[in-house]
Design a protein around this ligand. Structure first.
Ligand SMILES: O=C[C@H](O)[C@H](O)[C@H](O)COP(=O)(O)O
Length: 507
């Protein structure tokens, strides 16, 4: 923030020093070419932030110098809220102050920065012009209407200066923000530096060197590596064979022999109707049966024989079930949908259990998402950290969220760090997890459509809160496409996870 103010005010001062000093300003104003009616007013705008040192008369020194001082101070004061409103996040990716020790990078759009500086200059210029005019009048009183005209012309000169040269302030804000980017503090204190794990109890086995293409490793890697005893997260059970369009452990919503009709929506999570069964179906006769079915979908199916039949009719069943699920969070009215990206939620909404894990860099975004998910009617589960600690490490929290997501069919996970890279890597170590690093709406959507990812990884320092929330929203709302080529590829990954054998290279 301080960088933005210095950059913006610096731009105003450069114009003031170069063009507003009494020698250049007087020369410009005296020059015939610059005072004609066509470009005269525009040129005069350039000299608006003027200052004088002589002659030593209050009538000439005071209005110009005080006016310029007001311009500088008000511009600085306005840049702060302007930049804050543009990037209101704290503690990470935005331009707002970062808590001590939190690290965080300042970044954002160039257009927003320029608009912030431009707007601040226009408002500050008008105010400075008004004050300058009033001071002129006070020091050398002019008669009635002339006085008002004179004040008005000073005000418009300030406005004109802001309109014509405010972009320079914006440029200064942009440069200041980028130069003032915070770089993450190097880890220190109690955290031990990373060292390769030593063989022994609880240590990771040394990874086998990656074989070249076509070579087969002498010993297949283990399917699941033991975590160190103090690593925190529970071990996920070995994943069941991959079947499309559903989380591990559930029957597919259609069979390969009976693919979904075009336009049918895959079901990808447990749908729970929060209303009591009777209330859900009140007055509709079949409501209780419908609610009961809603409770079963995605859960265990006691009669194996019914699975195939249910799979066949799943699209229809899903459509019916979805009608029993509230489309908005309790307390939210139809006129107040809370969406990110300006779009209404799609009609399909499953209430999901969402496991969230982060580190200090993702802590604030995690807290925000927990509130947002609750508002949306989902069930967030906070896997930590429970409080902000600038020295904490992501693997325990992220792997806990990943293991719990993999262990609970139908749930999804959100892992957050500064970049999202380490979090995606950590989550993907857990068997049964497919974690996608989302860095745009498109990658969030493709993570579900193409990869049937059950975890989204987000870099809190890379995006605004709204952008990151939108990624999560899209991820939760997008079903797996179920297209054969994607099913085939994911099945290869799952097979590797189970057997440790690399997929065969095609000839
Ligand atoms: O990939 C890892 C994540 O981005 C972490 O959040 C990040 O490395 C944390 O960095 P810092 O050292 O600033 O805490």
């Amino acid at each position: 923030m301080i960088g933005a103010v210095i950059g913006g005010v610096g731009a105003v001062l450069v114009v003031a020093v170069l063009l507003g000093n009494q020698w250049v300003a007087d020369a410009i104003l005296r020059h015939d070419g610059f005072t004609n009616e066509k470009i005269g007013p525009v040129v005069r705008f350039l000299t608006f932030p003027s200052w004088r040192v002589s002659p030593l008369r209050a009538a000439t020194l005071l209005p110009a110098d005080v006016g310029t001082l007001v311009l500088v101070v008000v511009t600085a004061l306005l840049i702060v809220p302007a930049v804050r409103s543009f990037a209101p996040r704290v503690g990470g990716p935005g331009w707002a102050p970062v808590p001590a020790g939190a690290g965080g990078e300042a970044r954002g759009g160039a257009f927003g920065a320029i608009v912030c500086g431009w707007w601040a200059t226009i408002v500050a210029g008008a105010l400075a012009g008004l004050i300058r005019g009033v001071l002129f009048n006070a020091s050398e009183p002019l008669p009635g209407t002339v006085a008002w005209q004179f004040t008005w012309s000073n005000l418009t000169a300030g406005l004109g200066y802001g309109l014509f040269l405010g972009w320079l302030t914006g440029l200064g804000v942009l440069i200041g923000l980028n130069l003032g980017r915070r770089t993450p503090a190097p880890p220190g204190g109690p955290s031990a530096p990373y060292a390769p794990p030593q063989p022994g109890r609880g240590a990771f086995p040394p990874p086998a060197p990656y074989p070249g293409f076509g070579e087969v490793p002498a010993t297949p890697p283990p399917t699941a590596r033991p975590l160190p005893p103090d690593a925190g997260p529970a071990q996920a059970p070995p994943p069941p064979p991959y079947a499309p369009g559903r989380p591990p452990g559930q029957d597919p919503w259609w069979t390969t022999a009976d693919p979904p009709a075009a336009g049918a929506r895959p079901f990808h999570g447990p749908v729970r109707d929060p209303r009591p069964a009777r209330a859900a179906g009140a007055g509709k006769g079949r409501g209780t049966a419908r609610a009961t079915r809603a409770g079963q979908v995605g859960g265990p199916h006691p009669r194996p024989g019914a699975v195939a039949a249910r799979a066949r009719f799943r699209p229809v069943l899903t459509a019916r079930v979805l009608r029993t699920v509230p489309r908005r969070a309790p307390g939210r009215t139809a006129s107040s949908p809370r969406t990110y990206g300006g779009r209404r939620r799609p009609d399909r909404l499953c209430r999901m259990r969402v496991y969230l894990g982060s580190d200090h860099a993702g802590y604030e975004l995690k807290q925000h998402l927990i509130g947002w998910l609750t508002e949306q009617g989902h069930e967030p589960v906070d896997c930590g950290p429970k409080e902000y600690d600038p020295q904490d490490d992501y693997p325990p929290f992220v792997m806990d969220a990943a293991a719990r997501t993999a262990a609970e069919p139908g749930s999804l996970g959100v892992v957050i760090g500064g970049s999202g890279n380490g979090e995606a890597i950590a989550a993907n170590k857990v068997p049964g997890v497919r974690a996608a690093l989302a860095w745009s709406e498109e990658t969030a959507r493709l993570g579900r459509e193409h990869n049937d990812a059950n975890i989204i990884s987000v870099g809190a320092r890379m995006h605004t809160t709204d952008e990151a929330t939108r990624f999560v929203e899209i991820f939760l709302d997008t079903p797996f496409s179920g297209e054969q080529r994607h099913v085939r590829r994911i099945a290869m990954l799952t097979a590797y996870e189970e057997t440790g054998e690399l997929p065969r290279l095609s000839d």
